[in-house]
Design a binder for this molecule. Structure first.
Ligand SMILES: Cc1cc2nc3c(=O)[nH]c(=O)nc-3n(C[C@H](O)[C@H](O)[C@H](O)COP(=O)(O)OP(=O)(O)OC[C@H]3O[C@@H](n4cnc5c(N)ncnc54)[C@H](O)[C@@H]3O)c2cc1C
Length: 451
């Protein structure tokens, strides 16, 4: 069997590894257009902040290790530019030479990921405009910050990448007051939004919401102007553009491959597309949302890894392990605030016909007398009639509180009711939690609103 994998990051390599574990003799070729494979873009903010010193630390396996230890040939600087689904052939361009060649496949795995959104009004060619989507971007930005004195920065985009990067700029010596974040809205739900706004204010960060950047103009080689749609002008030393991502599926737009309107490839639970022997996994694909009961686009690493593994296992013959989908779990660090979310919003729940209720509690994250104890917040969304949990969000002063979201994510996957959550046997000792864990307190409050 010949397997071609497009993309050498979590999804593509999880698929290739799953096949190799079962079939040592199959021909597997991974084509990767970039110079790096097997890395976590998730670590980029912490690398730029210098909490992670070397770029190599973000790389799990190099091309050499993949070939030597896993027997997976990886072709760097090789871009797949076209797929002929009829002939079962990919057209590959060797980016180091002008050569192009056809490669036949029996099974094709598309794991091309996402690409940073671009906007012609913002993407002007200037040495002080940066994106943070790939390791090359990260390397470029960190070396720039280390070799130049930067006093101010504008982050265009108020999504999680924009906000996670705040700590990088502050760690590199830029004062919070000299940083602006501009975006239409914060991605967080109502309660978390309140805490995030307070955290940014605490650091003096200038948060500009509900405005659009009209255009970006260079003043000189070292300064730029950001012009907002209301005429406001911000001059800055550096601009980061992080206005979201889109699936990297342009080459499939005029093909028979079924896509969501945003270009995400639609698959079934085994990551099969509508075209025989063609699979998709990771940020280029949609995920089935277990509560919304439809395909959505939530490009995050845990799903990318699982989807890749499931696609590979299925191709290799393990046909009993479908991907159940996601419940919308995510976690972010915004300066000193830890935010997490899972499930659906109250608005979405109402649209699905639930008697959707919302509660919010504040409670100590650990025993009130234990050193360092601070408050955290838990919000729940649930159906007052069936008592079914539908969503949760947390903000906490540390990872300890924020990771409690996983209990709610598990509860959602298990379709637990508020009554079941109230009685969970959760761990307790003063450094870890109060004796009434915030999860239980939230469930107790929610139960009072159930019918
Ligand atoms: C700054 C940043 C922070 C993040 N933080 C988090 C986080 O904290 N938690 C989380 O869950 N997720 C996070 N993510 C998202 C996470 O990195 C992705 O979900 C994950 O990398 C997806 O893996 P993937 O293999 O599907 O795609 P990618 O990692 O995007 O890999 C796709 C690969 O395919 C290659 N490729 C594309 N087209 C072609 C082609 N035509 N030919 C050959 N090669 C091609 C690309 O070069 C790329 O290497 C973050 C992302 C960024 C950018």
């Amino acid at each position: 069997m010949k397997v071609v994998v497009i993309g050498g990051n979590p999804a593509g390599l999880s698929a290739a590894s799953a096949i190799r574990r079962i079939h040592s003799d199959w021909e597997i070729d991974v084509y990767e257009k970039d110079q790096y494979v097997s890395y976590g873009a998730c670590g980029i903010p912490y690398y730029v902040a210098d909490e992670v010193k070397n770029l190599d630390q973000l790389i799990t396996l190099t091309k050499e290790k993949l070939e030597e230890h896993r027997n997976i040939p990886v072709h760097l600087f090789h871009e797949v530019i076209k797929v002929d689904f009829e002939a079962k052939m990919v057209l590959v361009r060797d980016l180091k030479s002008p050569k192009e060649f056809n490669k036949p496949y029996d099974h094709l795995i598309i794991a091309t990921g996402a690409k940073a959104k671009s906007d012609p009004c913002l993407d002007i060619d200037h040495p002080r405009i940066f994106k943070v989507h790939t390791l090359n971007h990260a390397e470029h930005l960190k070396s720039f910050l280390e070799n130049n004195t930067i006093d101010s920065a504008v982050i265009i985009g108020s999504g999680y990448i924009g906000l996670e990067m705040l700590e990088s700029y502050i760690a590199q010596g830029i004062k919070g007051e000299q940083i602006s974040v501009i975006g239409p809205r914060l991605i967080f739900r109502s309660q978390t939004q309140k805490y995030v706004e307070a955290e940014l204010k605490n650091y003096g960060v200038n948060l500009i919401l509900q405005k659009r950047v009209k255009r970006v103009e260079p003043i000189s080689d070292t300064h730029l102007k950001v012009i907002l749609d209301d005429g406001q002008i911000i001059t800055t030393d550096l601009i980061q553009i992080s206005i979201g991502v889109v699936p990297a599926t342009d080459m499939f737009k005029n093909t028979n491959l079924e896509l969501l309107p945003n270009g995400a490839i639609i698959t079934n639970q085994f990551m099969q597309t509508n075209i025989p022997d063609v699979y998709a996994a990771g940020d280029c694909a949609s995920s089935y949302h277990q509560i919304l009961k439809k395909n959505v686009y939530i490009p995050l690493a845990p799903a990318a890894n699982k989807q890749g593994r499931i696609a590979g296992s299925y191709i290799a013959g393990k046909k009993d392990s479908p991907f159940p989908g996601v419940v919308g779990t995510a976690i972010y660090k915004v300066l000193d605030l830890y935010c997490a979310t899972t499930g659906i919003t109250q608005k979405e729940a109402k649209q699905l016909g639930y008697d959707a209720q919302f509660i919010n509690i504040e409670s100590m994250e650990i025993a009130h007398y234990y050193p360092g104890a601070k408050k955290m917040s838990v919000s729940l969304i649930f159906d007052a009639e069936s008592h079914l949990l539908l969503g949760a969000e947390i903000t906490a002063p540390s990872t300890l509180g924020a990771k409690k979201i996983d209990v709610f994510a598990t509860a959602l996957a298990a379709k637990m009711r508020i009554d079941d959550i109230q009685k969970l046997d959760l761990s307790y000792a003063p450094p870890f939690a109060p004796v009434w864990d915030p999860i239980l307190i939230a469930a107790n409050v929610a139960r009072k609103k159930c019918r």
